[in-house]
Design a protein around this ligand. Structure first.
Ligand code: DGJ
Length: 736
């Protein structure tokens, strides 16, 4: 190895600037407000972790090695030394399958909002380089880490595994909390102790990567997961495609956590001078349990990882469950007037509005033909946008731009634009005809950008786009990729998707975009920089939504969780729940409606009008406040409860849901959290129905009392309305 490569390039931060990332001899210290990562970067040796945990006092930094430091390779590579599981596996130009990386240099870069360490590693004998990045945010307890792999070898090398990161977790009583699910049952929480063996969490759908397993995980390091106590390390892989989270528990003192793109059937070829950047793994450490880690994710998301994270979301009516494909002009106009009448702020026309040669009357045709169906909408989209404007609301539209149907003008013109194995029958999805466009292909990228660009140019007044994606990659083949790069198809797809999203945001920075993918298939931090929110699930049943929203809230803030009031019997599960219960559950996220107002009684409309007015009062608290989960629906106590507190603790919104109705059941009294113990809060019920006020309506209690005793919730309405009762309370602190 060249001598020069062993020289460190330490760029010290100027005096007076809070040192987020700094070096001290070979030690690289990465600090956020609440966490510290220490690395040892000695020239010519592997990059090693020393410490990952709660924030260290600078006095302790030097002593950590003596206390028993981690001393494990920070980016372990396959083939030399530890031949177990590895973050990186490369076949070099001459067929050598081993890699041995050593530190070459360290640099630090400071920007307005973050400080980033870059540690350059070089293989001991090959011209193969890895840059390992750690980005610490000034205003969020989060570190993002990723790598950049570069080959200067004479012939192409093959990347067989290329994780974003490796994190060692000291063994002990460590529990993992992560999300699983299926269509209409997304975001379910599972909590399990880490036992000997391998915990593998992965997704290989190709398009929708959070319908089943999620690419986020929390580790409770001090035993069984607790909401508000214990040290928790939370991690989220910021990627929209196939991923793998792997936790190996073997005979060593550390659980080994690897996170990255799923490498199965996805090896990447790197020519001389080419680089590959892995997606970021964002991780946080909190000493305030799962809740603390969630709040860290929410703050970071709103500030850095979610489109318009600082902008209040509009209350909308989406047409899907109201009319499905039965879109027509007078029907849309009527829905707009109804939602405006209820105080809503936006109307979204879902599927069914497009297709000339092949009108979209059901799901078996027309994707790709984004021209308005004049039989249904004779005056075109512009008229609808104007009609929304006349009603004083915004207009939104549904598209599914990454897809086509084999029954479409697009497919007739470009049969080679779909993903399918060469020479094989086309695998067709939804409606028996759906296919995925090959987004790796730049021509397809131009076309997909053109869909949004065309719509926006035709109707600049469009305020919101619901971007759907309803099929997986089900046949492996691209007519655009060369034969020796076919394995890159899935990765190229998501690189293409990112490139399109970048172009859309550059051209249309202000529009609101929802990520929908057969429901909650795109709840991930890979897409959220370009999307304002995601559709949590196609299942709008309030009871099941409590479970799904609970799980989803581990990683995602309420502002990003689209949550709609729908009709009963619920269209997915057939359950009948009271309108108040449906309202109260939807009010826990970004409130919307998903029904046909024409089918509502005047009293129901009045109730929704009241709910919308009430939601507007607390919207800033829900969308920008701190979440405290109080009683988990997964604990089977017959009740679920959570609350949001404004950052200055001057207001809070408390939610209480009765999830079971058993005769002689005794529900727990819920203690609140997150309030200022020394302030007095006056309690007002929201979404109130019935004549009698709760005994504590308008009364004031100290934050200390509310957090140590809580308020007794009457089971209320359970007999009359079938058991699903709920309460939402607005707590307002008296001025100091
Ligand atoms: C699937 C989505 O999840 C639904 O909300 C709806 O938009 C339909 N697609 C429309 O086809």
């Amino acid at each position: 190895m060249k001598r020069a490569a062993t020289i460190f390039m330490f760029i010290l931060l100027s005096a007076g600037v809070f040192a987020q990332v700094r070096t001290d001899g070979p030690v690289v210290a990465i600090d956020t407000k609440g966490m510290t990562v220490l690395l040892e970067a000695r020239g010519g040796e592997p990059l090693r972790y020393l410490y990952i945990g709660e924030r260290l006092d600078s006095a302790d930094v030097g002593a950590v090695p003596a206390a028993g430091a981690i001393r494990m390779d920070a980016y372990p590579a396959y083939g030399q030394g530890n031949i177990r599981s590895d973050a990186l596996a490369v076949t070099h130009w001459d067929g050598n399958m081993s890699t041995e990386m050593a530190v070459s240099s360290v640099s630090i870069e400071n920007s307005e909002d973050a400080s980033t360490a870059c540690i350059l590693l070089k293989d001991r004998i090959y011209d193969f380089y890895v840059k390992v990045f750690y980005k610490a945010f000034l205003d969020a307890d989060m570190v993002e880490t990723w790598t950049e792999l570069t080959s200067l070898e004479k012939k192409p090398v093959l990347l067989r595994r290329f994780d974003s990161a490796f994190l060692p977790l000291r063994t002990g009583n460590v529990w993992a909390s992560h999300l699983y699910g299926s269509w209409a049952n997304e975001g379910r929480l599972v909590q399990e102790p880490l036992e000997r063996g391998t915990l593998l969490i992965e997704n290989k759908d190709g398009v929708r990567n959070s319908q089943t397993s999620h690419s986020e995980i929390m580790f409770s390091l001090d035993g069984k997961p607790l909401e508000n106590a214990g040290t928790v390390l939370g991690a989220a892989l910021c990627y929209s495609g196939n991923f793998r989270l792997e936790v190996v528990t073997d005979d060593s003192d550390y659980h080994k956590f690897y996170a990255g793109i799923c490498p199965d059937n996805s090896s990447v070829s790197l020519g001389r001078g080419e680089s590959f950047r892995t997606p970021e793994l964002a991780f946080t450490v909190s000493g305030e349990g799962l809740g603390g880690a969630s709040r860290n994710f929410h703050d970071w998301a709103r500030a850095h990882r979610l489109a318009h994270g600082d902008r209040e979301r509009k209350i909308l009516l989406n047409s899907w469950e109201g009319v499905y494909f039965d879109v027509n002009e007078s029907g849309m106009a009527e829905m707009m007037s109804e939602i405006a009448g209820m105080g809503g702020e936006l109307f979204v026309m879902d599927d069914g509005w497009f297709g000339e040669k092949y009108p979209r009357v059901r799901d078996r045709s027309s994707l790709g033909d984004w021209k308005v169906d004049r039989n249904k909408l004779p005056h075109g989209l512009g008229w609808l946008v104007d009609e929304a404007d006349r009603n004083g609301i915004g207009f939104g539209i549904w598209i599914e731009p990454e897809m086509t149907n084999t029954v479409s003008e697009l497919y007739e013109a470009h049969p080679d634009w779909i993903i399918n194995a060469p020479g094989r029958d086309v695998v067709q999805g939804r409606g028996g005809t759906q296919a995925v466009l090959d987004l790796g292909n730049p021509a397809v990228q131009d076309y997909v950008f053109g869909i949004v660009d065309g719509l926006m140019k035709e109707c600049p007044g469009i305020d919101y786009i619901k971007w759907d994606a309803n099929m997986s990659v089900s046949s492996h083949g691209s007519s655009w990729l060369p034969a020796d790069r076919q394995s890159e198809l899935n990765i190229r797809y998501h690189q293409g998707f990112a490139a399109v999203c970048e172009r859309i945001r550059a051209a249309y920075p202000d529009i609101t975009i929802q990520a929908c993918a057969s429901g909650g298939g795109r709840a991930n931090y890979g897409v959220l920089p370009w999307f304002d929110e995601f559709w949590v699930s196609d299942n709008t049943d309030a009871l099941q939504r409590i479970y799904m929203q609970w799980g989803t809230s581990y990683f995602f803030p309420a502002i990003a969780m689209a949550s709609h009031i729908s009709a009963v019997p619920n269209h997915t599960v057939g359950r009948v729940t009271p309108l108040k219960f449906r309202i109260d559950v939807a009010m826990g996220g970004r409130l919307g409606l998903e029904l046909q107002p024409r089918d509502m009684t005047d009293a129901e409309k009045m109730q929704c009008r009241q709910a919308i007015a009430d939601y507007k009062k607390v919207r800033p608290v829900v969308q920008f406040g701190d979440l405290y989960r109080l009683v988990s629906p997964y604990d089977g106590l017959g009740v679920a409860s959570l609350m949001y507190c404004s950052k200055d603790k001057s207001q809070a919104v408390f939610y209480w849901y009765r999830t079971e109705n058993f005769y002689d059941s005794h529900l727990p009294r819920v203690k609140m959290a997150g309030l200022d113990p020394d302030r007095m809060y006056t309690v007002y019920e929201l979404d109130r129905i019935g004549e009698s006020a709760l005994p504590f309506e308008g009364r004031s209690f100290s934050g200390a009392f509310l957090m140590s005793s809580g308020l007794e919730m009457p089971g209320g309405f359970s007999g009359r309305l079938g058991g699903y009762s709920s309460r939402v309370l607005h707590l307002v602190a008296e001025p100091r």
